[in-house]
Design a protein. Structure first.
Length: 181
């Protein structure tokens, strides 16, 4: 009896953009949704499609990240660093993915009350370890919330901020679909 060789893994049918987000007051969620909508709309015009997946940070898995060709991380800055649920995502997935994501592109959106630089710095240290490739400058949207009441209040993003997130989502999805990265 001859043994059949194990079947090869099926090739991934479409390239994937993964948008991972976390929001406390609605700002980051709105930005992620704007990016997702524009990324999906862009695929209607492309010959080579890119699947666009939207995952809340607490639901994103090692497999979600491993199957993605590119990433958009959308998060609030809280107390000068990335919000806890996003940090938890990286705590859960960093070591299982170490050495498995090199060269994949990413972009970042940070919603902050003042400057957002702490969250950017923290994320950049993490993705440097994964050796991801930044393909856009971080988009930092400042809400100017400085009082306890303003910080905790639900946020409504400006049309300009939502458009900036949309352009970023569309650009990433198009780049993935066309094989630019």
């Amino acid at each position: 009896m001859t043994q059949q060789p194990a079947p090869l893994a099926a090739p991934q049918s479409a390239r994937r953009l993964l948008i991972v987000w976390w929001s406390v007051t609605g700002a980051s969620r709105a930005m992620a949704l704007a990016a997702h909508r524009a990324a999906c709309d862009a695929q209607e015009c492309e010959v080579q499609a890119c699947e666009v997946h939207l995952r809340q940070a607490g639901e994103a898995s090692v497999d979600d990240l491993l199957q993605a060709n590119a990433f958009l991380f959308v998060m609030p800055e809280m107390l000068g660093s990335m919000a806890g649920a996003m940090k938890d995502l990286f705590d859960r997935t960093y070591y299982p993915l170490l050495g498995r994501l090199e060269g994949r592109p990413y972009a970042l959106v940070v919603c902050a009350g003042s400057d957002g630089s702490g969250a950017v710095r923290q994320l950049e240290r993490i993705v440097t370890g994964w050796r991801l490739r930044r393909v856009a400058e971080p988009l930092i949207v400042c809400t100017h919330a400085q009082t306890p009441e303003a910080i905790a209040a639900p946020k409504v993003m400006t049309p300009e901020a939502l458009e900036a997130a949309a352009v970023l989502g569309q650009s990433l999805a198009t780049g993935v679909a066309l094989g630019i990265w």
